[in-house]
Each structure stands twice: as C-alpha cells, then as structure tokens.
Write a protein that binds this ligand. Structure first.
Ligand code: IPM
Ligand code: MG
Length: 359
C-alpha cells in the first residue's frame, strides 16, 4: 500500500535540508520500490506568514491523512516578539500535543570520522552510541497552571507547573525498557528526586515498571549529575529516560558530544503508531538560505521514519550506511569539517548520499 508522508519544511534552513531529504525519498522510490506519496504543508513561522497561524487547520489535515510526518525546523528571530500563541514553536508543540507524540527518541552516535569534531577528547567519545528517550507531551512544557500573573503591588509572577501522572511515566518507561532490551540492556532514569515530588513519583513508577523487564539493568541519576556525567564519561550510558525539560537539555549536551548537532535525528512516537521525525537542531537563521546547512540529521530522521513508522528496516539500514559511506569518502558540511578539510554545501551532501545509495 502507498505510504503517505507529510513534509513540513518549516523555517530557516528547514526548506533547504528538507529539499535534500525529498530528493532521497524520490531516490528510494525510484531505485528501491519505496511506494510513497508526499504532501507538503506549512508550519511555524512560514505558516504564520502565510495564514497568521503557526499550525493551521490545513496543515493538521495533511498530517492526519499521513502515516508519518517529516519536519525540518521552526523558529526565527523575526517571530520572537509575537504573542506566545502565534510563535513558530507553538506549531511544533501543537503537533506534539495534537498527535500525542509522547515518546521522543534522540540517539547520539559518534561516527568514527567525526571524532575530531567533538568538543571532548576522542578517547572519551569514540564508539559513543547512546539513546535519550525524552517524554514529550507532559511535564513542565504542558503543565497547568501556567502564565504570568499580576501579584499586586505592581509585581508580576511567572508560573509553570511540572506534573506527571503515573500513567504518563509508566508509558514512557515501557518505551525505554523496550528500547534498552533491543540494545545493551542498561537504562538510566534521570530525575531530580532529591528535591521534586514529581520526580519522587517518577522514580517510584519506573521502579515498578522495571519488574516487568528483569533483563534490563536499571539505574537512577539526578539530572545535575547526569549533565556532568554526560560530559565526563558519556560512554557509561546506553539508554537514558527522562522528562520533557530535562530531556530537552540533556539531548543538546549529548548532541554536542558527537561533534555536531547537525548529525542528529529524532523520532517522536504516539501510542497510535503515528510518528513525527525531525532533526534535533533548530532553524539556524544565521545560515539560512546560504546552501551550507548540513542535511544529514534530516536524512537520518528519514531513516528513523522508515524504521519506526514503516518497519522498513533494510531500507533504513541502507540509508544509514549511505550516510556512513559519504563521511568515509570525506564529504563534510561546514559544521562537521575540521580545519583543513574541504567543505561541501547542502545540495552536494544530499547528492553524495544519493550516489552512495545508488552504488
Ligand atoms: C527541541 C526544541 C524545542 C523544545 C523547542 C523548539 C520548542 O528545543 O525539540 O528540543 O524545547 O522541545
Ligand atoms: Mg531542545
């Protein structure tokens, strides 16, 4: 049956990197019989500019009709003064909430060729392969009450609420234990249980769920220590599971360990099986439109899409191998080039991946 992918390029470098991913999809269709149909829709600032809404009904419709969503990036400085409801980020958060995309998988893998691009010493990161599983539709990002209140005497108070129900923790914990079972069977749950009640409950539920996965070795770590351990001894981790805010922060740290956030894909999965796939990096307005952005995180997000939404493991592996191959061949976008290495533009990298797929 024809698979449907919603293509949401978004803002900044989004359209450029997405153009390369679309070229790759066409190659998979023409060369490997991937039966696919694409529909493009606007999200974020691009959608706001076109319709006054960062997540218009028409875009939601396209996403509903699709089996999977591939997203570029959203955001830009020109939107920062808009009311929160109209900002590009609202488009992204709205997609996550609308489709119940509660499980965010952010792998951080160091390609051997890029060890020099890491800000850590090569021996600390060589062979690094960890997976952060971030809860994505709860916690302080969505907790009520929230807002900015007048608290009298001319003072205002800002409020956000970190809350997790047992069922929210349980379902993300199960995703994490199952992922660990398929890897090195070690799971570290990150929280702030020494201070926060919400973390105390988180830990209790994770412990309880662990009884169903006796083959997985579970540990717990406070988030401040986890941040330190990630830069001190990152290879101690296999799978990390954590809440929305902690996962946002720790996944940026993990990204930098691999040399470039421009390499890291992500998957956001719903209980319904729906998935949205996007690079971990943002819209990089400073380099937008220059044809220099790294499209590999988006192309690797496409590989995750093939794997998780369509169960096309062989095709996903093939695409990931093609990316590995072009790195071996020496193709480098500016963000991953060490000094002295020659630098390729966005389209050149995309074309190289297609050549590698065809060879
Ligand atoms: C991410 C981003 C988003 C987040 C922003 C753009 C809303 O930082 O996906 O990590 O905070 O979740
Ligand atoms: Mg983030």
């Amino acid at each position: 049956m024809t698979k449907k992918i919603a293509i949401l390029p978004g803002d900044g470098i989004g359209p450029e990197i997405m153009a390369e991913a679309v070229k790759v999809i066409h190659c998979l269709r023409d060369e490997y019989g991937f039966d696919v149909e694409l529909e493009t829709a606007a999200v974020g600032g691009a959608a706001y500019d076109a319709s006054g809404d960062p997540l218009p009904e028409s875009t939601l419709k396209v996403c509903h009709a699709a089996d999977a969503i591939l997203l570029g990036a959203v955001g830009g400085p020109q939107y920062e003064s808009l009311p929160r409801e109209l900002r590009p980020e609202k488009g992204l958060l709205g997609l996550r909430a609308n489709f119940g995309l509660f499980a965010n998988l952010r792998p951080a893998i160091l390609y051997p060729e890029l060890a020099a691009a890491s800000s850590l010493k090569a021996e600390l990161v060589s062979g690094l392969d960890l997976l952060i599983i971030r809860e994505l539709t709860g916690g302080i990002y969505f907790g009520e009450p929230r807002g900015i209140e007048e608290s009298g005497n001319g003072m205002k108070t800002g409020i956000n609420t970190m809350r997790y129900s047992e069922s929210e923790v349980e379902r993300i914990a199960r995703v994490a234990f199952e992922a660990a079972q398929k890897r090195n069977k070690r799971l570290c749950s990150v929280d702030k249980a020494n201070v926060l009640e919400v973390s105390e409950l988180w830990r209790e539920v994770v412990e309880h769920v662990a009884q169903d996965y006796p083959d997985v070795e579970l540990s717990h770590m406070y988030v401040d220590n986890a941040a330190m351990q990630l830069v001190a001894k990152p290879k101690q981790f296999d799978v990390i599971v954590t809440g929305n805010l902690f996962g946002d922060i720790l996944s940026d740290i993990a990204a930098m360990l691999t040399g470039s956030i421009g390499m890291l894909p992500s998957a956001s999965l719903a209980a319904t099986g729906k998935g949205m796939y996007e690079p971990v990096h943002g819209s990089a307005p400073d380099i937008a439109g220059k044809g220099v952005a790294n499209p590999l995180a988006t192309i690797l997000s496409l590989a995750m899409l093939l794997r998780y939404s369509f169960d096309l493991t062989e095709l996903a592996n093939r695409l990931e191998r093609a990316v590995g191959k072009i790195l071996q061949q020496g193709f480098r976008s500016a963000d991953i080039a060490s000094s002295g290495e020659s630098v390729s533009g966005t389209a050149e990298i995309g074309n190289a991946v297609i050549d590698a797929l065809q060879s």
